[in-house]
Ligand binder design. Structure first.
Ligand SMILES: NC(=O)c1ccc[n+]([C@@H]2O[C@H](COP(=O)([O-])OP(=O)(O)OC[C@H]3O[C@@H](n4cnc5c(N)ncnc54)[C@H](O)[C@@H]3O)[C@@H](O)[C@H]2O)c1
Length: 327
């Protein structure tokens, strides 16, 4: 079986490449290294003869066109992610996320593939909270809402909602075998430095006391990256009428304040936190309904947050944020 993985040097991408190789796949990875890193982890994977990597910008259609058809699964993960980018570079977020997808769908319509699996985001549900319509756990079938297209915060969610519309249209008009996946708070080693868990580790280790949490009462459901990658591998055989599926661990939901306590205790440092009001627009609770995901893949998360945190913390302590890290 052959897979193309875009964003292969990124946080989730490299976990996926490893999982596909472990399942016996041949993998071609592509990334422009704008956020993903050509580090020792990536080099270790590249030593596998079944893995090849190409550097390239997927907003350019010629990058897609260098790949022939014949992939059993195309995983299109490349995107501009990271909250800081949503505010500081909203045009880049929309441009990259939509152009890479549009060219990918055009290419897939032309050359064909077994499945075209594209990562949307849990952020597509955020607008429902603004109109008091967010139901938890959140199922795939709720309407998707953009609260304010003029607010840069919505650049990312807008790109994902418009991307879902593109996927539906290319499936209908050109028969592209699309599966839209909505990841929810994937965490683990080497997942970038601008997610909530690495940021808390960094600030706790840096000595910030009390650890100030903007929105400590907010909750998230964290899914260990190895579980997320296993789900993605299994989605290559998802039925074509699946269309959309949440990706995450719907079995756990934790308040950020409790997460901070766990991290401080694991670091064996003073356990002092102070919660302040959440930033405007930040989602109060997030928990996916994962019944569809678990039914279609025949898999359930194996790693609880308590089990996944220690190796994550250890990795981030050994790998402080590099000076060149982009959000
Ligand atoms: N990690 C999560 O919890 C989470 C949650 C929701 C959605 N997602 C989505 O899942 C996907 C993977 O997320 P991630 O956490 O691995 O993000 P990431 O930023 O770590 O990885 C994305 C990769 O895409 C690459 N890239 C960006 N622009 C590119 C371009 N023009 N051409 C080629 N490569 C390009 C980056 O260099 C990076 O390596 C993204 O689409 C993201 O929006 C992730």
């Amino acid at each position: 079986m052959k897979a193309l993985v875009t964003g292969a040097a990124g946080g989730l991408g490299l976990y996926l490449v490893r999982a596909l190789l472990a399942h016996g796949w041949h993998v071609t990875g592509v990334d422009d290294l704008s956020r993903g890193r050509d580090d020792e982890d990536l080099r270790a994977v590249r030593r596998d003869v079944r893995a090849t990597f190409a550097a390239g910008d997927l907003t350019d259609p010629s990058t897609w066109n260098q790949f022939p058809g014949g992939f059993d699964a195309v995983y299109h993960l490349a995107a501009v992610n990271g909250t800081r980018n949503f505010y500081e570079h909203p045009a880049r977020v929309l441009r990259v996320n939509l152009l890479t997808l549009m060219h990918g769908l055009e290419w897939a319509a032309r050359v064909g593939c077994g499945r075209f699996i594209w990562t949307s985001s849990s952020e597509v549900y955020a607008g429902l909270e603004d109109i008091d319509r967010l139901v938890l756990p959140t199922s795939e079938d709720v309407p998707l809402i953009v609260s304010d297209v003029g607010n840069p915060r919505w650049s990312y969610a807008s790109s994902k909602i418009a991307g879902e519309a593109l996927c539906a249209a290319y499936a209908r008009e050109f028969g592209v075998p699309v599966v839209v996946v909505r990841p929810h708070n994937i965490y683990g080693r080497r997942m970038g430095w601008d997610h909530v868990i690495p940021e808390l580790i960094e600030r706790a280790q840096g000595g910030e006391r009390p650890l100030v949490l903007r929105g400590g009462d907010q909750t998230r459901s964290f899914c260990f990256a190895e579980d997320a990658a296993e789900f993605l591998v299994r989605l290559a055989e998802a039925p074509l009428d699946l269309r959309t599926v949440n990706l995450g661990n719907g079995r756990e939901e934790i308040a950020i304040v409790d997460l901070a306590h766990r991290i401080l205790r694991a670091l064996n440092v003073a356990d002092e936190v102070r919660s302040e009001p959440a930033p405007v627009g930040s989602v109060a609770r997030r928990r996916p309904d994962t019944r569809r995901l678990e039914a279609v893949t025949g898999y359930a998360p194996r790693v609880t947050l308590d089990e996944g945190l220690p190796s994550t913390i250890a990795w981030y302590l050994a790998h402080p944020r590099p000076a060149s890290s982009v959000g």
